[in-house]
Design a protein around this ligand. Structure first.
Ligand code: ADP
Ligand code: MG
Length: 623
């Protein structure tokens, strides 16, 4: 009797049963997708061999462009071309006002609502815009790997709060991707460097991208990563370097402050090009097209550049110092510094970071790709391709979580930098005699007063039996899962009544909203189709009108009597009127009607031209 071979669940016995997975670095400036293939994690290129996908989405109507194509048009069409959408992800309208530089888009929505950006194709939320980027990367992976993805790991900055993480997940769902886990970007970078295979040690991950700065201190102990501390600045990066250089160019070229969007984007583009050139060269010529045939020419050398950007780079050292303090270690205890993000290519960044930590940073893996590569390695494990090799990644929650107590104060339930997943409970009591309901207000932040922290959610615990003040025992439990998402439950201990919220912050999206957005996009698809047909018919009408007008000029007097001519002119006017309308069917019918009305004229013209061609020839020649 043959023995049946049993394989463990999740363990594939044949190579073709390997699950397909990918790691996605959804960046502010650039995004990438990577996957483990033949045991090696690598970033995937587009059909033209480019690995980076600029995180730029352009709403052209009827289609949407993502990446290089969109970026190329951002100067010409700034209002319909959305850049750095990650900065807006998970933010309310009110919060946008606190961002360092307000993007130029036309926003709709009020206060705590999700902002929507107005474009020629309608209004879109940051979640929908991010979903376009994710969709594009997902398609690239599906095409390259030759099958649908079983799951993805998406990276987020370590200090992303609940709303921002939730918004990232919503965007992935909208893009049709199954999220295995959100992973902090610095943790992904450490995984890419294989620091987990090294001996025990403490590592600093310094990530300076286009729009965000992120510092993390990781400890590796017995093969397990622990994030000891994180810090950073969500509004600091290469974009700031570009802005400083653009201002310098404006000063040199004598351009006043109130430049229009187009010139501003052009300035930023030229500043960025100069910055990247100065990574390789020690000086760089700059030519700025001022429009009207005018042009400004100048030169920027490395030492001037260094002096201009020094304050920005030094600003990154403040969170570094704080993270070391939070981790309770000195700079000499750091074994490795890993550089991540395109802006760490700037030589001055390497110099100052090396100086600060007192040693040379690791730069072997392309700093653009290192996060996506780490995410791919993690995705490969989570999707079940490496049973028995579950890597334990412990993260910390970046901001304290607490609830409002009397007097507008915040009581912290989970302090910042607590290792997650975690659940903590605290007891509260009623304030008034006979109080039967209690309002729970969940907050995030380091400050003492409610008004200085971020409000995540409010809910009520009702039906508390009437008791004297202070007698009820209400236990509030905060739980943060591995993705850093929070749920809160309140329970009255004597009766067991409870109320809970999954923190779907008001700027996050509910399932219902996601569904209605999906429905919207399907509805829009029909609308988009209609508008394309309309445009096609308008073009066709225009063609017929112009041809007819040309013919009338040519031989109208010769071939038509006044009544006939008038009838054709009337038909022309009718079609002109129809073609500015919005019903493609009517325009089509109008084109047909005019063609029928003119059929006799067309025939006469043909005969006339045949006569002309034949004159002087004998009929037999044409047989
Ligand atoms: P993000 O994580 O924000 O998406 P990236 O890690 O892709 O950003 O970094 C993008 C930033 O890196 C941009 O500001 C870009 O100008 C900058 N960058 C890319 N290459 C270079 C280079 N060679 N020299 C200097 N800066 C660079
Ligand atoms: Mg990045």
């Amino acid at each position: 009797m043959a023995l049946l071979q049993l394989s463990e669940p999740g363990q594939s016995s044949a190579p073709h049963q390997r699950k397909l997975s990918a790691g996605i670095d959804l960046g502010t400036t650039n995004s990438l997708v990577a996957s483990v293939r033949s045991g090696k994690a690598e970033t995937l290129a587009d059909s033209e061999g480019r690995h980076l996908l600029p995180s730029v989405v352009r709403y052209i109507g009827p289609s949407i462009a993502v990446g290089y194509q969109a970026k190329a048009e951002s100067v010409r069409d700034p209002l319909n071309t959305i850049v750095s959408v990650k900065r807006l992800l998970g933010r309310s309208v009110t919060e946008l006002k606190t961002l360092g530089s307000r993007p130029p888009y036309r926003f709709s929505g009020e206060n705590r609502a999700v902002p929507r950006i107005h474009t020629v194709m309608g209004d879109f939320s940051p979640v929908e815009i991010s979903a376009e980027i994710l969709k594009s990367l997902g398609q690239r992976a599906t095409r390259t790997l030759g099958g649908e993805l079983d799951g993805v790991v998406i990276t987020v900055p370590a200090y992303f709060d609940d709303a921002q993480r939730q918004a990232t997940k919503d965007a992935a769902r909208l893009a049709g991707l199954k999220v295995l886990r959100l992973l902090n970007e610095p943790t992904a970078a450490a995984v890419a460097y294989g620091l987990d295979a090294d001996s025990d040690g403490v590592h600093a991950i310094y990530d300076l991208g286009g729009g965000t700065f992120d510092i993390s201190i990781l400890r590796l102990r017995r093969g397990v990563f622990e994030v000891m501390a994180t810090g950073g600045d969500s509004a600091l990066g290469g974009d700031d370097i570009d802005r400083v250089l653009a201002e310098w160019i404006m000063g040199q070229a004598g351009i006043s402050d109130d430049v229009d969007h187009t010139l501003r984007r052009r300035l930023l583009r030229d500043a960025c090009a100069a910055k990247e050139a100065l990574t390789e060269q020690t000086s760089c010529p700059i030519e700025l097209d001022l429009g009207d045939g005018k042009c400004w020419k100048g030169t920027l050398d490395r030492s001037q550049f260094n002096a201009l950007v020094d304050p920005i780079i030094r600003k990154t050292l403040i969170p570094c110092r704080r993270a070391l303090r939070d981790a309770g270690i000195g700079v000499q205890e750091i074994d490795n510094i890993v550089l991540v993000g395109g802006s760490t290519r700037v030589p001055r960044v390497r110099e100052l970071v090396g100086e600060f930590f007192g040693s040379h940073p690791l730069v072997d893996i392309d700093p653009d790709r290192v996060v996506a590569i780490g995410a791919a390695i993690q995705a490969d494990i989570l999707v079940g391709n490496k049973p028995g090799e579950e890597m334990l990644l412990l993260d910390v929650n970046p901001l304290s979580l607490g609830i409002e107590t009397m007097g507008g104060l915040v009581e912290k339930v989970i302090p910042r930098n607590t290792t997650i997943p975690v659940a903590r409970a605290q007891e509260f009591t009623t304030f008034k005699d006979g109080q039967t309901a209690m309002a729970i207000h969940v907050l995030q932040g380091e400050r003492e007063l409610v008004r200085d922290c971020r409000s995540l959610a409010r809910f009520e615990l009702r039906d508390i039996p009437p008791m004297v003040a202070g007698a009820a025992r209400i236990r509030v439990t905060f739980a943060v899962d591995a993705d850093g998402l929070l749920s809160v439950e309140a329970r009255e201990e004597s009766t067991g009544i409870r109320a809970s919220v999954e923190i779907k912050p008001s700027y996050g999206l509910s399932d219902g909203e996601i569904e209605s957005m999906l429905r919207d996009s399907i509805d829009h698809a029909a609308e988009d189709m209609e508008s394309r047909r309309l445009r096609e018919q308008q073009v066709e009408a225009q063609r017929v009108i112009e041809a007819l007008q040309a013919a009338l000029r040519d031989d109208g007097d010769e071939l038509l009597d006044p009544a006939e001519r008038e009838s054709i002119e009337t038909g022309l006017a009718e079609l002109k009127a129809l073609s500015v309308g919005d019903d493609h069917r009517k325009i089509k019918a109008g084109v047909q009607a005019l063609e029928e009305r003119c059929a006799f004229y067309v025939e006469r013209r043909m005969n006339a031209s045949v006569r002309k061609a034949m004159s002087g020839h004998k009929v037999e020649e044409f047989d």
